[in-house]
Design a protein around this ligand. Structure first.
Ligand code: EPZ
Length: 426
């Protein structure tokens, strides 16, 4: 199991520049979208994270050919060789479900393993399935697999009971090749959804209302290839902003879209963090921590609200605030697994149902901890930076799923962080 060791201290002084990578949650649907055409897609600003390699392996199994050079990916599925996304792939990455809509739209058949739950909650996909059924897919669930078939999807009106990023993405992709017009209501507004829709339009899709809660998609007979830039990862950027907020030195983030981080920046500024834009570069943010951090109550909500993917990281900052903060998680039903590990580092946090009550300021001290999911592992890295002494974080495979070379990026800022050689599995 991968381990990371951090030598942290209360008086963190990181300095320097960090380049933010492309967004994992934008590139995964973009790669799935390549199933919608026989032509090649050229995607740039690809983050070299584990989930990208996982979905590329899945895509190869379906018949895709690809080449990845630095951060540019060329991918093409001339023919669908298989229509099955196995449990092995889906277990490794829930986002494999994003091939369901495109496979049905392109190929008329898809067999996709039902994603189970995960460390952050039950993660159902009922909204994906109901939407596709309304578009004329025949779907049965057998032995842990979704069996979906259709002669051709038909446009219809669908209103999502609740905001679902993956559900919006699956249904938009399916609707692009459906017969007639589809109206989707209560769509997710996340920048990653918008980035996908811009790609689909470049491929020839007819989508109105991109970035709004109601989208109209006029189905077309076929889609073509396109070249597209993946947006920067706003959650990686937010994670480094929290690192800066915990830090007395200055960190400069490059390659970000500040507009994607409005609520995170606002909350950090309210807590006393200094965040400034660059006078001449729109993609740069400078961040420096406040000597005294003010407690902030935060409630996660769908974009443009405070992102659930930033909840664990912000919780770490609030352990250093002078007072009590209430963190309310409204998106997932079990997204506090980082709390027990933060308690081992000396934090004072109590969880009651959907709330974590954080009492600060609690100086943290290094300890051995275990990562449970992607963003929890990022929060443990942040905590390790400001914990006095040595912190060992186990199961760092979670972190590698969504952060590109985070320890190298932190090391260039002056952090004492290193990946330990993998122990022979006992
Ligand atoms: C996406 O997951 C992201 N993953 C998640 O990021 C992110 O936390 C989440 O959106 C919310 O922003 C990717 O984009 C690959 P949802 P997704 O469908 O699409 C419920 C990370 O760390 N729901 O918006 O799976 C669901 O249980 C990951 O990068 C249903 O009830 O999330 C949850 O409570 C973690 N039925 C809520 O909706 C459904 O059919 C939001 O889920 C679908 C979802």
């Amino acid at each position: 199991m991968a381990k990371i060791r951090i030598l942290g201290n209360h008086d963190l002084h990181l300095h320097g520049r960090v380049k933010i990578s492309g967004a994992k949650n934008a590139v995964l649907p973009a790669i799935a979208a390549s199933l919608l055409t026989k032509e090649p897609l050229q995607l740039h600003n690809i983050p070299l994270v584990k989930d990208v390699f996982t979905i590329l392996t899945l895509m190869e199994g379906l018949g895709a050919e690809y080449s990845l050079e630095n951060d540019s990916l060329s991918i093409q599925t001339r023919n669908i060789r298989s229509d099955e996304a196995s449990y092995e792939h889906v277990r490794a990455m829930r986002a494999s479900i994003l091939v369901l809509g495109p496979l049905l739209a392109r190929h008329g058949k898809a067999i996709v393993a039902l994603p189970g739950g995960c460390a952050i909650g039950s993660r159902p996909i009922d909204l994906h399935i109901h939407g596709l059924e309304k578009m004329g897919a025949f779907i049965s669930l057998e032995h842990g697999y979704i069996h979906a078939e259709t002669n051709r999807l038909k446009g219809t009106e669908i209103e999502f009971e609740k905001k679902t990023v993956g559900g919006t993405e699956n249904l938009v992709m399916a609707a692009c090749l459906a017969q007639g017009e589809t109206i989707l209501r209560n769509c997710s507004l996340e920048p990653e959804v918008v980035n996908l829709c811009h790609l689909l339009v470049k491929m020839g899709a007819k989508i109105d209302g991109i970035g709004e809660e109601t989208m109209q998609i006029k189905g077309v007979e076929s889609l073509g290839g396109a070249t597209h830039e993946i947006i920067p990862d706003r959650i990686e950027a937010g994670t480094f902003l929290v690192a800066g907020a915990l830090n007395q030195g200055k960190i400069t983030l490059e390659g970000v879209i500040p507009e994607h981080l409005t609520t995170v920046i606002e909350k950090l500024k309210f807590s006393g963090t200094e965040i400034h834009r660059h006078p001449h570069r729109v993609d740069v943010l400078r961040v420096q921590g406040a000597p005294e951090i003010k407690p902030q109550d935060v409630t996660t909500s769908p974009y443009p609200g405070f992102p659930t993917d930033m909840q664990a990281q912000f919780t770490v900052l609030m352990t250093q605030a002078e007072g009590t903060s209430i963190i309310t998680e409204t998106i997932f039903d079990r997204r506090f697994s980082h709390v027990n590990e933060l308690l081992r580092l000396g934090a004072n946090i109590e969880v009651f149902q959907d709330k974590a009550i954080v009492k600060g300021k609690t100086p943290l001290s290094g300890a051995e901890v275990i990562a449970s999911d992607l963003r929890a592992s990022a929060s443990l890295v942040l905590a390790g930076l400001i914990a006095n002494g040595e912190t060992i974080i186990n199961d760092m495979e979670h972190l590698d799923r969504g952060y590109e070379k985070i320890e190298e990026k932190l090391k260039t800022l002056g952090a004492h962080i290193e990946r330990l050689p993998e122990e022979e599995s006992s």
